[in-house]
Ligand binder design. Structure first.
Ligand code: PGA
Length: 254
């Protein structure tokens, strides 16, 4: 009798954990290359005042990962090395991130694909290193304006996501759809366009969480949240303003 009770209690706990996990939106804050140390510490204090049920992940500049003291917020990095620890000047390995309690890491952001000429092969290596350390990769994918106009969105996404095909445990990867022309510009695709792409990703990778990123903010969240398929947001510009984050989260709740 007691063991039946324990069994059902365990089952119930699992179900509750599942519901809890699935209800939560993932809000990843990408600070990019912003803040001096004093500014970051003040910002962090403000951020710690936020009370919210969603899963919030802060990705500060790598320099500040070791001074991050977050209450209800998870720690993420903006990049990692393709290599393990060793003679790689200037690199930061996934195992070093892990030692700083980093649980998430952005990979393949379009700014790095463009400025550092990161290839899909390198991005795949980074994902592998992160998964070895049990860090959740947030893989960014998305098209340029020109590619959208040429109706190449599907093809671009297929190419960028193809690296997942021979990764074991790929369902642990969070995919962030970020139309490049939308990042930092204030321009966003229509809800129908976003929905189309998210559905395309989910058809091919049904077990992965999919975020939207690109000028998401406290002003357009009322419209964006109508897209039920979105599992969360990757936020750049707005991430620098705790009061706007607060407003965004309030609106997301309603
Ligand atoms: P944005 O940046 O919100 O400023 O457009 C998003 C991102 O680059 O991840």
């Amino acid at each position: 009798m007691k063991s039946i009770f324990l069994l059902s209690l365990n089952k119930l706990k699992k179900i509750l954990a599942f519901i809890d996990r699935d209800d939560k939106m993932i809000i990843a804050l990408n600070n990019k290359c912003n803040f001096k140390i004093e500014e970051f510490l003040t910002y962090q204090q403000e951020l710690n005042k936020i009370v919210d049920n969603n899963l919030i992940v802060l990705c500060p500049t790598s320099l500040y990962l070791s001074v991050a003291k977050l209450d209800n917020i998870k720690l993420g990095a903006q990049n990692t090395s393709c290599t393990k620890e060793g003679a790689y000047t200037g690199e930061i390995s996934a195992s070093q991130l892990k030692s700083l309690n980093v649980e998430y890491c952005i990979v393949g952001h379009s700014e790095r694909r463009k400025n550092q000429k990161e290839s899909n092969e390198e991005i795949k290596e980074k994902i592998t290193r992160l998964l070895e350390e049990n860090i959740t990769p947030i893989l960014c994918v998305g098209e340029t304006k020109e590619e959208r106009e040429k109706k190449q969105v599907e093809q671009i996404l297929r190419e960028e996501l193809a690296i997942l095909n021979d990764i074991n445990d790929k369902e642990r990867i969070i995919i962030a759809y970020e139309p490049i022309w939308s990042i930092g510009t204030g321009l966003i695709p229509s809800n129908t366009e976003i929905k189309e792409v998210i559905n395309l990703i989910k058809t091919n990778y049904p077990s992965n969480k999919v975020l939207y990123g690109g000028s998401a903010n406290e002003k357009n969240i009322d419209e964006l949240k109508k897209i039920r398929e979105i599992d969360g947001y990757l936020i750049g510009g707005m991430s620098l303003h705790p009061e706007k984050i607060q407003e965004f989260l309030q609106k997301l709740k309603k």
